[in-house]
Design a binder for this molecule. Sequence first.
Ligand SMILES: NC(=O)c1ccc[n+]([C@@H]2O[C@H](COP(=O)([O-])OP(=O)(O)OC[C@H]3O[C@@H](n4cnc5c(N)ncnc54)[C@H](O)[C@@H]3O)[C@@H](O)[C@H]2O)c1
Length: 245
Amino acid sequence: MRNHVVIVTGGAAGIGGAITTELASRGAHVLAVDLDAEAGQAIAATDPDRIAFMEGDISKEDVAREAVKMAVDRFGKLTGLVNNAHASRQKPLLDHTAEDWALSFDTGFRGTLNFMKAAHPELLKTKGAIVNFGSGAALNGQPNQAAYAAAKEAIRGLSRVAANEWAEDGIRVNIVCPLALTEGVVKWKEDHPDQYDEVAAKVPLGRLGDPQKDVAPVVAFLLGDDSRYMTGQTVMADGGGTMLR
Ligand SMILES: NC(=O)c1ccc[n+]([C@@H]2O[C@H](COP(=O)([O-])OP(=O)(O)OC[C@H]3O[C@@H](n4cnc5c(N)ncnc54)[C@H](O)[C@@H]3O)[C@@H](O)[C@H]2O)c1
């Protein structure tokens, strides 16, 4: 990943934190954008030459523009964008409030769209790549995930359109659906133990993934030249939990 400069949203913790660390360890420069300033500063301090941190809410359009500017000012260009951050609340469909829908769509769908638009001019110069995040929960219609699932499928739809429209710009857009044991998933497991057991039992590889070893390398692959003939694809990094055809 030498010569790559990548923005990772939600890049301070969870899967995003693992992506930030893994890309930097492979030689990339990374700007992690996250609400969590403490975690962000801590991750930047692990490799200050390669990892920069910007505190910000990715649902705000000006944060996306500032992040692109900061990545280019600091590291000279932008070659990749990873739209990983997504906040949501889990509850039955009929209990979703307007705020629940807004939280999921503003952070998941709008955050992704804002960063894609802001990054496009720079990715055009470098023939860069975008990795957006979907979810097996959305593909399978997991109960209690209405706002999350709807926003995730909106992200996949947006990604396929961008893959088609921006192919002539040399910009590739792919989607990763991970399954990984992060702090967020541990909390979900506590709140919905039955659903957790159901998910774990259905994973052919028999475990939830490790964010750094099982998910981050797939993202690195989709950002790099080894995937130069792939765009518009949904790639499952989920132990075989969902097998797309
Ligand atoms: N963990 C899984 O197994 C799993 C499964 C399917 C999909 N996903 C998807 O993978 C991605 C990462 O998941 P995760 O489990 O690491 O999530 P997480 O909730 O553990 O971490 C998300 C990070 O995003 C940051 N964040 C949240 N809202 C933000 C905002 N508005 N602005 C900036 N930063 C914000 C948080 O501070 C945190 O550091 C998400 O898109 C998630 O939907 C995860």
